[in-house]
Design a protein around this ligand. Structure first.
Ligand code: PNS
Length: 158
């Protein structure tokens, strides 16, 4: 496979599961655009700048990857960038219904095709929201997020 792909998400914050998907996408596409959703309606733990900075730090070793932001519809961002393939990780059945619905909608309204990568087994249970719950409870998130992200979470959530 070649050409470019968009990896969209909230990434609040980026987990090892996300980084695994970015790296696998980067190995199969010429260029990866990580697109961080800026959604003023949704309260996030980290600002858009903080989320982008964490992803940039975590992906510094991936040369064919850039981190940017978008707001509004993903298909409009894809049009602006001239990239009409999206790549997302799929953990298990809990992701399937919503992700497929979104993929079908994006194809319907914007001709944007979605490629799913099954999550690596060691990340199948990792989500940003669960990681935050674990940090709030004072337990270790080793192996689920990087030490940099864990430290940012501890500072933010105590
Ligand atoms: O990190 P997430 O929650 O899996 O990311 C979801 C995201 C950002 C990919 C999705 O919510 C999105 O694309 N939002 C932008 C609005 C949009 O295009 N919605 C889908 C079609 S109606």
């Amino acid at each position: 496979m070649s050409a470019a792909v968009v990896c969209p998400g909230s990434f609040d914050p980026v987990t090892c599961g996300h980084v695994d998907v970015f790296a696998r996408a980067a190995a199969r596409f010429d260029h990866v655009v990580v697109a961080v959703l800026e959604n003023p309606q949704k309260q996030s733990t980290f600002s858009i700048e903080e989320r982008m900075a964490l992803i940039e730090a975590e992906t510094a070793g991936i040369d064919n990857l850039e981190v940017t932001r978008f707001s509004g519809l993903l298909v409009d961002f894809c049009d602006e960038r001239g990239v009409h393939v999206v790549c997302k990780g799929l953990r298990a059945v809990q992701d399937f219904e919503y992700e497929v619905q979104m993929a079908q909608m994006n194809r319907h309204i914007g001709g944007v095709e979605t490629v799913f990568l099954p999550s690596s087994p060691e990340h199948a249970f990792v989500s940003s929201s669960l990681v935050k719950e674990v940090v709030r409870g004072g337990r270790s998130v080793d192996g689920l997020v990087s030490e940099r992200v864990a430290e940012a979470l501890r500072r933010r959530l105590g």
